[in-house]
Design a protein around this ligand. Structure first.
Ligand code: SF4
Ligand code: SF4
Ligand code: FES
Length: 243
């Protein structure tokens, strides 16, 4: 006999004149292997078609289904309802992002603005590339480190879990540090430490980070934020930068 789950879900549609934020309660029979994502789909199909939430991949790859589940920012499609012993699950939208409605937030707009601000793209050393030339080899350790940063799915959990980002809208945060570290590591990028210093070498950047590592605790891809923040701080404060 399966148990009855209680969902307490944040409801608010900012597009609807006069709508007010509230928590709405739903009941649902738990199924084996049920995730919060599956439960939300059942609720929407069977009880409330107006419920807003996002998903694309259902497999922890797209980052769309991030929300605050019983107080922790995480992915709904990777969270089993069986994790919660008392069967009560509270769902809130990720703080720090524009609310679209209910559990849906606009992380895409945030991530795009952040990438533009940080110039998170390769600034190639060689401007006139010969498209027919063989690719220049890269040390496997360096390729691995770059690949590791590329695993970020831009879900936004690290932004919502970061007290500094929540207090200070201009703070770059862990997802931004990860973007910068990816290009600072890449020896094909023309920018030196001085240039990266001008992008994140202040209180809005790595020197404003409190290093309490809420980002690392909540990142569903287990990225090494602690290592990256240390790497960027060392790189930006090294004598090489000051020359
Ligand atoms: S270590 Fe703390 S302050 Fe720094 S980015 Fe991570 S959560 Fe934010
Ligand atoms: S660093 Fe981790 S928590 Fe932050 S956006 Fe990327 S995958 Fe999500
Ligand atoms: S639906 Fe893509 S990460 Fe959950």
């Amino acid at each position: 006999m399966s148990r009855t789950l209680t969902f307490r879900i944040f409801r608010f549609d900012p597009q609807l004149p006069g709508d007010k934020p509230m928590m709405q309660e739903y009941q649902l029979q738990e199924a084996p292997g049920m995730t919060v994502f599956i439960a939300l789909n059942v609720l929407r199909e069977q009880q409330d078609p107006t419920l807003q939430f996002d998903f694309v991949c259902r497999a922890g790859i797209c980052g769309s289904c991030a929300m605050v589940i019983n107080g922790l920012p995480t992915l709904a499609c990777r969270t089993l309802t069986s994790n919660f012993n008392n069967g009560v699950i509270t769902l809130m939208p990720l703080p720090g992002f524009e609310l679209i409605g209910d559990l849906s937030v606009n992380t895409g707009k945030f991530m795009r603005a952040l990438s533009e601000r940080l110039q998170a793209w390769l600034n190639p050393k060689e401007v006139n590339q010969d498209m027919h030339r063989l690719e220049r080899p890269m040390e496997p350790e360096l390729a691995d480190a770059i690949y590791e940063s590329e695993r970020c799915i831009e879900c936004g959990c690290c932004v919502s879990a970061c007290a500094t980002a929540q207090m200070k809208e201009t703070f770059v945060g862990a997802v931004g540090f990860n973007k910068v570290a990816r290009f600072a590591l890449d020896d094909r990028d023309a920018r030196d430490a001085e240039e990266f210093y001008h992008i994140i070498g202040d209180e809005d950047g790595v020197f404003g980070c409190m290093t309490l590592l809420g980002c690392q605790d909540t990142c569903p891809k287990n990225l090494d934020h602690q290592g990256q923040i240390a790497y960027l701080r060392r790189k930006l404060s090294s004598p090489e930068r000051i020359i």
